[in-house]
Structure formats: C-alpha cells, structure tokens
Design a protein around this ligand. Structure first.
Ligand SMILES: Cc1cc2nc3c(=O)[nH]c(=O)nc-3n(C[C@H](O)[C@H](O)[C@H](O)COP(=O)(O)OP(=O)(O)OC[C@H]3O[C@@H](n4cnc5c(N)ncnc54)[C@H](O)[C@@H]3O)c2cc1C
Length: 427
C-alpha cells in the first residue's frame, strides 16, 4: 500500500510495518518480565530486601520545623500486621497508574474536597492527582480465513487435543505458538487519506467543526490545549501514525463489556486485526472512594470516546482496515471474500461504540509536568509540594500516552529514573 517499514521500532522514529519485539528470553523461550530481567540478577545483594505479600497503606509524611513536607517512609500491612519501613533517602512509589494516585490520596496528597470527604488530613493540595487518565482505545475485526490459509492458533484456543499436543511438542524444541506472544506483526499508520487533498479537507472540517471540540471538563486548560495541539500535528502529518494495527493469527474478539469472547466452537479458522487509537484525546480519572487502603473499590472513569474527535479518527482507521488493508493481496487472498462489517463510516462508528474497549495501557494519573499545567511530579519525578523524599516512578508519570504498547516505555521511564535517583541520592 506504499507505506514504509523502518524495521526498527526501537529507533524512536517508526512508521509503517514492523515485526513486533517480544519480552521472551531468546534462549529458554520463557517469558521475560521486570522480575526476571531486573530483579533476579541482583536478588542476592545484601542491601536489597524485597517484602512480598505486603500492601502499602500510606506514605508517612512529616512537617519539618521550617514548614517543609518530607516523606519519612511507608506504612504497610502484611499478614494482618501493620509495619513501617523508614527511608534513609527516598520513598519511590511504583504502584501503577491506578494505584499510585490512590496511595498519594491515602497519604493526604490530592484534591482537598475529596480527601476531606473521606476524613483524610490534607497535607498537599493538588487536585491533579488521579486526573488525566489515558488509555489506548482498542477494537478488533475477525476475518474467517480460506481453506488454503496457513494454520492459525484457533485449534489451540479451542483446546483441541491434537493442537495442544502439537504445540507442546514444538515448544519442547523452542518453537511453535507457545514460544511466542502471538501478535507477530503490526503497523503504525497515519490518518487514512491524509496524503490526499480530499483527506486533508476532511480533517480540516473535523478540526474546525464545533461539534468535534473538547467537552468542557475541570481538567487543566493549559494541558488540554497542549495535548490537542500535539494530536492535531500528528493527525495532519502524512507520516506520523495515529493508528496501530496489530495482527493475530486466530480469533480475538473484544466484547463491549471488556471481556474476550470465546473462539467459536466450529472448525472455522480466523485472522484478526486489532486497531488501537494511539493518541486519544479522551481523558478520565481514578480516585479513592474511602480512606481504607485495603478497599479495592475505586471511582474509575476512563471516559472513553468522551472527546468526539476520537470516534471520528478511529472510524476512519477502521474503514481503512477493512476496505483497504484487509482487501489488499496477498492478505486478502487468504481471507474468505465478502466480509465487511463496516461498509461505511456510520457503520464503523457504530461498530466502535459497540465493541471498543480500553487496551490496558493506562498512563498519566501522576503526570510529569508543572503543577499549574496539571502535573503531580516534577522533571526529577519528585512529588510537587513534598520538599524531600518522595517520587513516583511508573506509567502514571507519562503525561501523554505513548505511541505504542506501554511496557517498553515503562522500562524506559524506570531506567531513566534509576539514573536520576542514583545521581541525586548519592550526593
Ligand atoms: C491484561 C494486560 C495486558 C497487557 N499487555 C501488554 C502488552 O502486550 N504489551 C505492552 O507493552 N504492555 C501491555 N500491558 C501494559 C503493561 O503491562 C503496563 O503498562 C505496565 O505493566 C505498567 O507498569 P507499572 O510499573 O506502571 O505498573 P504495574 O505493572 O501495574 O506495577 C504496579 C505494581 O504495584 C503493586 N501495587 C499496587 N498497589 C500496591 C500497594 N498499595 N502496595 C504494594 N504494592 C502495590 C501491584 O501489585 C503491581 O505489582 C498490558 C497490561 C494488562 C493489564
């Protein structure tokens, strides 16, 4: 279709098709994780203690004689027993996008009105905590493959004994579907047709139409404007991608309720292309609903599709996916003809409304930016309003969701954070 393939998605500048990198040990063919890659090699160090099965309840904050707020350690609960860990230097919260703001709020850092409602003393007034929640919107289209198509993993998904046995036999030699993640190839593509005069006019119309402007929210207008300018620049570019298309050799369907649908019981085989909206403008929030650390109840509102432009951009990518990408040889030759669930833009909009889910790539609830702009941590990951000893380091600090699945970006954040912390804590 004329798109480029940079071949290296770690180059920082990629657009077009790629073979996905996977976090799998190339020798053992076992999953790699932050634990196997970062923790196990240093697990025996005398200055490292890891406490598992412990839930941190709050950060212990104190006020110095000079009136500064400083973090002294954390309070946690393990096996019903409350304990305290004192920090000689810094406390680093890495509880993830949904739980790091929870810990800050339980510690008295957040929106004063919310904290007071739950009887928590306000130590740092910052209503940005837990706001700006972002996630990629995701949907999938399943195509039934023809008889001549290569094998898919549908037999494995249906737990067919022959398919399981074959997969296990292949895995014992480090090969086959169990030795890989399954989503082998993907493409990052710009807004469809933006290269053409017609496509440019379509976008201009959307961007200028009051019906597609941001809904009124309490979020920081400074950041909202910067975010929109950035997304506008991406959408207007013939090379900057706004849609990620991920292929999967089998049936994968997301139900509107967020659950995966089971593979149909018959003998049919499938090829799926998932579409992720890489730069959604819709932003949500996550907050505590009580002062209890053990409560898993959260006020979680992702507000997917609340910005009307997201639906329009996703609908154009979805139309492109079906009418052009899956209709082009050689892929089209492997699919049964006549499968088009979204024959026009309105059908694409309805398909998205009915089936789109969040892609589990939550970011941005403790964003790294100035407090006035909507930030929670500064450029050194230090929590605004706390003079010493408290940082956040996880996906929550990323102010604009990355143009990719988030795991590698989180490793990047963590490695950079390690450099900052080593430098600043050693002096
Ligand atoms: C189902 C699913 C599929 C995904 N697939 C992909 C993928 O294919 N590719 C990709 O790139 N990304 C994927 N992601 C996203 C990726 O996993 C996340 O972006 C990444 O793990 C975020 O890292 P984090 O360190 O910010 O948070 P987390 O990985 O969530 O780590 C936070 C940790 O803090 C712990 N914690 C929370 N609260 C407390 C507390 N009070 N006390 C003690 N511990 C606490 C949690 O138990 C957790 O271990 C997926 C996510 C999900 C959920």
């Amino acid at each position: 279709l004329g798109f480029s393939t940079s071949g290296d998605c770690l180059s920082g500048d990629f657009s077009g098709g790629i073979i996905n990198p996977e976090t799998i040990d190339p020798t053992t063919k076992q999953r790699s994780s932050s634990a196997t890659a970062y923790l196990l090699p240093v697990r025996d160090r005398a200055n490292l203690t890891v406490l598992t099965g412990a839930t941190v309840e709050k950060v212990i904050l104190n006020k110095t004689n000079e009136g500064e707020i400083v973090a002294e350690g954390v309070q946690y609960i393990k096996g019903g027993v409350v304990g305290k860990a004192h920090a000689r230097k810094d406390v680093i919260i890495s509880a993830g996008t949904l739980n790091s703001p929870k810990l800050l709020e339980l510690s008295g850092i957040g929106n004063p009105e919310l904290l007071k409602t739950h009887g928590i003393d306000v130590i740092v007034d910052n209503p940005n905590v837990g706001e700006n929640l972002q996630n990629h919107l995701m949907l999938g289209v399943n195509f039934e493959v023809g008889d001549s198509a290569p094998p898919t993993i549908d037999g494995l998904s249906r737990q067919e004994p022959e398919a399981l046995a074959a997969a296990m036999a292949a895995y014992s030699q480090g090969r086959g579907p169990l030795a890989t993640g399954g989503t082998y190839a993907s493409a990052q593509l710009p807004l469809p047709d933006i290269q053409t005069e017609e496509g440019k006019q379509d976008l201009e119309k959307l961007l200028g139409d009051p019906a597609f402007q941001a809904p009124v929210t309490t979020a920081s207008p400074t950041f909202a404007k910067a975010h929109e300018d950035f997304v506008r620049s991406v959408l207007s570019s013939a090379t900057e991608p706004s849609g990620c298309y991920i292929s999967f050799p089998g049936f994968a369907k997301f139900n509107g309720d967020g659950h995966m649908a089971p593979t149909p019981a018959g003998k049919e085989n499938y090829f799926t292309i998932a579409l992720l909206l890489m730069h959604p403008l819709s932003r949500g929030s996550v907050h505590i609903t009580s002062s209890s650390a053990s409560s898993t109840d959260m006020a979680f509102d992702p507000r997917y599709l609340s910005h009307p432009l997201d639906l329009e951009v996703a609908a154009r990518h979805l139309r492109f996916l079906v009418s052009r990408l899956a209709s082009a040889a050689p892929l089209a030759d492997q699919l049964r003809p006549g499968q088009d669930p979204v024959p026009d833009l309105e059908a694409a909009r309805n398909y998205i409304r009915d089936t789109a889910v969040g892609a589990h790539h939550f970011t941005s609830t403790c964003s790294m930016m100035p407090r006035e702009a909507g930030g929670v941590v500064d450029h050194n990951l230090r929590v605004h309003g706390v003079a010493r000893g408290l940082r956040v380091c996880d996906a929550s600090v990323i102010p604009i969701t990355p143009r990719a699945n988030t795991q590698a970006a989180v490793y990047g954040v963590a490695e950079r954070a390690a450099e900052i912390i080593k430098l600043q804590c050693s002096v």
